[in-house]
Design a binder for this molecule. Structure first.
Ligand code: MCN
Ligand code: FES
Ligand code: FES
Length: 914
């Protein structure tokens, strides 16, 4: 047994003298969180790269995850978020954070607020640049907000603290008409987020009883292999070990269902093991799990599990896995397991041969963008006294996940209560089950609560990624009229080894390459390819991002080929009455001409500015990109919810709208408030509840930007049912007590189904989305010609997302998408496991790479027929094209055309040469 040597120190934590007993090498973050219960300090990367764990130590902002206790001297003064302010007594920074929508998922908020306090303690009048430099220096990273709202919040708080603005300027002012729809009402969870009192998964894990076991994974460090043997005997005898589990301990089929529905899909969808039994399919696959009393004991024992493997060839890209001599990764299923053709209009081959036709063509490779939420994956499970297996995780699809994992664990979905914890961002990776089945198996095998926290390395290497598309595409346009005539494409999707959502993703190519433009004739083919790189997961702008890369490059190049202005060429060809989408559908609204009209003056100004400021060393340019994306899942998309009338005449929302951080709380509360306006229920009495598959009916996943539209419509239906039942003859509504006395119901159900049709498997034609989001971005960039380094100077967005429920939420969605789009364009990747398995290594965009100069203009006159109060979605539409405005701006600045993402300095230099 290892000796634990402690040192005792007297510290002043948040002004209170506290005796702390800790090992000299213990991390300050762990002591604060695990010994002193100060869980407001969050741990993200655990490696000094995200600043989530920031505290003030003797007047200096430090990252507590890399601060060892031996460096914390006796009588040190430490300020954590708990010492900054608390609910009911908020610090101006915390008020400003809530008011400016600076807390989306909120996981980074305590660290940022503490860091900002550190700045204001030494500089009470910072400029925006001072603030940006401070956050850069202290490595405060945010994946949700695009940073601008954070700088706004610090500026506003500083003004109040200096006495230059009244304290009330940090309070939301209720609109006079009492409506919050369309307002900047701060989200209901904001106060908990900015005070660090919201418990995320790791915080809840600390609240589990003492008999809780920690799970450590034994994972493959190769990409493809046969499993020969696994020896657990030594690990089983290690201190604190309660169980070492292998595939043999999984009670059911030991597979996670990959949601295969179509007979056109080869393979049955049951390829993904919970614990791998016969083969390793990708780096990180789980070979065994150790459950032990402490995390350290579990990890120590996991190192002693011995695995014998027979290495197989690793196919780390679609072309490699498609090679003729490549073996089947899942024996019996070809590596190309799904194809989706598109046949629209006339045969395209003759059109491309005509003399009066201009043709542009390109080969594109998009990146394996990692999601990089600040909070790494975390889950726990326990057997409940209700005879259910309770699993708490970052699930954004609670009912779907129960269904996907149940059979593999030997259960039926109704025996699982899958709950979504407050979470620190997912951006779609959590549309896949990650650790749910693992903790479920561990709890079933040991009979004890089991907790699994991924390290950031595990987050990077063992969660899904954006699937790279390999696209060849060409477009033809009439040289005289400048009208698009035809398009052809052929693309392969590297979806990693597991098929979940692979076919849906592949269909996105036919739906969105060329979307936004009236292209009458198209021939295309997409295919899904099984490889041994990281499995493909949903990622914001799923398939749209890759499609727009090809589509908006060709559009831009075609404008040049025809000698036309890129904006005007788009204006001529974009959707108008009579146009059809790539899959032959009628656009839900005609939005793009209006957006381009609005952009034109900004574009002209930007062109003049970049021409004026460009030098031989630093070339400046302007890029435009059009984006269209569906709000809702393909075809018929359904949600069920209920509303409970509470005894204080408020309501509790029974909807499983999962909150990644996008704002399910304000989405559901804002929609319900608007729907129940005639009843006049105050917004504070409309209660969001955290999703749990055992407590709420299936509202469907918080994916596909569907929730505002589909779940919002179901909530609206429930509200109508409530008002119909409770309306009195005089037009007023019964109170709860009156309803009970009159034996009226107090629970009201609502459901909604959208009316799309999935694309035909043989022609690709169909109307998969009846409600779409439209955005156009304009970016200005500077390219350093000597190095190939690109800086984004300014971004404007014009957007038609229908009627807007909450402006703070939607502004935040767009700013966040801009930041992720810049990362996608310039730096982010997950190709090389060694290099790309940390935030910095994978090219995470910190504040210095995101411009402060961002503006958004909304157009709300196109009320959506299929959406509550005319709303469309907001989560993903704004993500499909910001990267392309940057890539097109690079081309405009210096002539370098990028065909492979990201546009690293090396690739820009290479493109400049060619
Ligand atoms: N909204 C609105 N008015 C509209 C449309 C939307 O106020 N007309 C608001 C909604 O109320 C909600 C937000 O905008 O607060 C996004 O709504 P919606 O587009 O319906 O998307 P979902 O709620 O279904 O959220 C999922 C979507 C997706 S698919 C990903 S991925 C994503 C995203 O949202 N991941 C996110 N945004 C994210 N934002 C954060 N901070 N973190 C993530 O992981
Ligand atoms: Fe400490 Fe990331 S810097 S958790
Ligand atoms: Fe910053 Fe989510 S709000 S990471």
């Amino acid at each position: 047994m290892s000796l634990s040597l402690l040192s005792q120190k007297r510290l002043f934590i948040n002004g209170v003298e506290t005796n702390v007993f800790a090992e000299p090498d213990a991390k300050l973050s762990e002591v604060l969180r695990e010994q002193l219960n100060l869980t407001g300090t969050k741990v993200g990367c655990g490696e000094g790269q995200c600043g989530a764990c920031s505290v003030i130590l003797n007047g200096k902002v430090v990252r507590s995850c890399i601060t060892k206790m031996k460096r914390v001297s006796e009588l040190s003064q430490i300020i954590t978020i708990e010492g900054v302010g608390e609910p009911g007594n908020l610090h101006p920074l915390q008020k400003a954070w809530a008011l400016h929508g600076a807390a989306q998922c909120g996981f980074c908020s305590p660290g940022f607020i503490v860091s900002a306090k550190g700045l204001l303690d030494v500089n009470d009048s910072p400029t925006r640049d001072d603030i940006r430099q401070w956050f850069q220096k202290h490595r405060n990273a945010c994946r949700c907000t695009g940073y601008k709202p954070l700088v706004d919040a610090v500026m506003a708080a500083a003004e109040v603290m200096r006495g230059d603005a009244p304290e009330e300027s940090l309070e939301f002012k209720m609109p006079e008409d009492g409506r919050i729809w369309g307002s900047y009402y701060p989200r209901p969870t904001a106060v908990a987020k900015v005070t660090g009192t919201l418990d995320y998964g790791a915080d809840l894990g600390l609240k589990l009883p003492d008999n809780m076991l920690h799970v450590a994974l034994v994972q493959a460090e190769v990409h493809h292999a046969n499993i020969i043997s696994i020896d657990t005997s030594k690990a089983e005898g290690m201190p604190g070990v309660a169980a070492v589990l292998t595939a043999a301990d999984v009670k059911g089929k030991n597979r996670i269902f990959g949601l295969v529905q179509s007979s056109y899909h080869k393979g049955d969808g049951w390829e993904r093991p919970i614990i791998n039994d016969t083969k390793v399919f990708q780096y990180g696959d789980v070979l065994a799990m150790v459950c032990a009393e402490t995390r350290e004991e579990a990890e120590a024992a996991a190192k002693e599990v011995h695995v014998e493997l027979e290495l197989l060839p690793a196919y780390l890209s679609a072309p490699e896995a498609m090679a003729e001599d490549a073996m089947e990764i899942h024996p019996g299923t070809p590596n190309v397991y799904f194809t989706q053709p598109l046949i629209k209009g006339d045969d395209t081959a003759p059109i491309f041969k005509q003399d009066d036709v201009a043709v542009v063509e390109g080969d594109f490779i998009s990146s394996r963008q990692p999601h990089m939420p600040i909070e790494p994956d975390v889950a726990f499970a326990f057997m409940g006294d209700d005879d259910l297996l309770h699993i708490h995780s970052k699930s954004i699809a609670v009912h779907l996940h129960a269904f996907m994992i149940a059979e593999g664990m030997g259960l039926t979905p109704d025996k699982i209560a899958l709950a979504a914890n407050p979470m620190g961002g997912t951006f779609g990776y959590k549309l896949s089950p990650t650790s749910e089945a693992l903790v479920g198996v561990a709890a079933m095998a040991t009979g004890r609560p089991c907790l699994l926290r991924y390290s950031y390395f595990q987050q990077m290497t063992y969660t899904g990624k954006r699937s790279p598309f390999y696209i060849n595409a060409r477009m033809a346009a009439d040289k005289k009229t400048g009208r698009l005539l035809a398009m052809e494409h052929d693309y392969s999707v590297d979806h990693g080894p597991y098929c979940e959502m692979g076919s849906v993703l592949t269909s996105r190519g036919i739906q969105f390459i060329g979307a936004g433009y009236d292209i009458p004739n198209i021939r295309g083919m997409g295919r899904t390819v099984c490889t041994n790189h990281a499995w493909g997961a949903a990622f914001r702008g799923f398939g749209g991002v890759q499609s727009v890369f090809a589509g908006e490059t060709l559009i831009d190049e075609m404008a040049r080929e025809l000698g036309q202005d890129p904006l005007e060429f788009r204006y001529v060809n974009c959707y108008r009455e009579g146009a059809t989408t790539p899959t032959g559908a009628t656009p839900d609204v005609i939005a793009l001409p209006q957006l381009l009209d609005a952009l034109r003056p900004k574009y002209k100004e930007a062109k003049e500015r970049t021409a004026r400021e460009s030098t031989d060393e630093i070339k400046k340019g302007v890029g435009i990109a059009v984006g269209v994306y569906g709000a809702g899942a393909d075809g018929v998309d359904t949600a069920e919810v209920f509303i409970q009338y509470d005894s204080d005449n408020g309501v509790t929302l029974g909807c499983s709208w999962e909150d990644h951080g996008q704002g399910a709380d304000i989405g559901a509360v804002g929609t319900t408030h608007e729907a129940l306006l005639p009843m006049g229920i105050p917004v504070e009495k409309i209660r969001f509840s955290w999703p749990d598959s055992a407590k709420q009916p299936p509202a469907g996943p918080a994916g596909a930007s569907r929730s505002q539209v589909v779940v919002g419509s179901a909530l609206n239906a429930a509200c109508k049912a409530m008002m119909d039942a409770l309306k009195k003859p005089d037009g007023t509504f019964m109170t709860y007590d009156e309803a009970v006395s009159a034996e009226k119901p107090t629970r009201f159900e609502g459901s909604y189904s959208s009316m799309g049709s999935v694309c035909d498997p043989e022609t690709g034609l169909g109307t998969p989305f009846v409600n779409c989001m439209y955005t156009i971005y304009l970016s200005e960039v500077s390219v350093e010609i000597a190095t190939g380094k690109v800086k984004v100077d300014r971004v404007s967005c014009v957007a038609d997302l229908g009627s807007i429920n909450n402006r703070l939420a939607v502004d935040g969605q767009i700013y966040g998408c801009i930041a992720q789009g810049i990362g996608l364009a310039l730096s982010e990747d997950f190709e090389d496991i060694k290099k790309h398995s940390t935030m910095i290594g994978a090219g995470f965009p910190y504040i210095e790479s995101i411009p402060d100069d961002m503006e958004i203009e909304y157009f709300e006159n196109n009320l959506r027929e299929h959406g509550p109060f005319g709303a469309s979605g907001a989560g993903e539409g704004p993500m499909v094209n910001p990267h392309m405005s940057v890539i097109n701006a690079i081309r405009d600045a210096c002539g370098a055309r990028i065909y492979r993402l990201p546009a690293t300095p090396e690739r820009v230099l290479e493109a400049l040469k060619s």
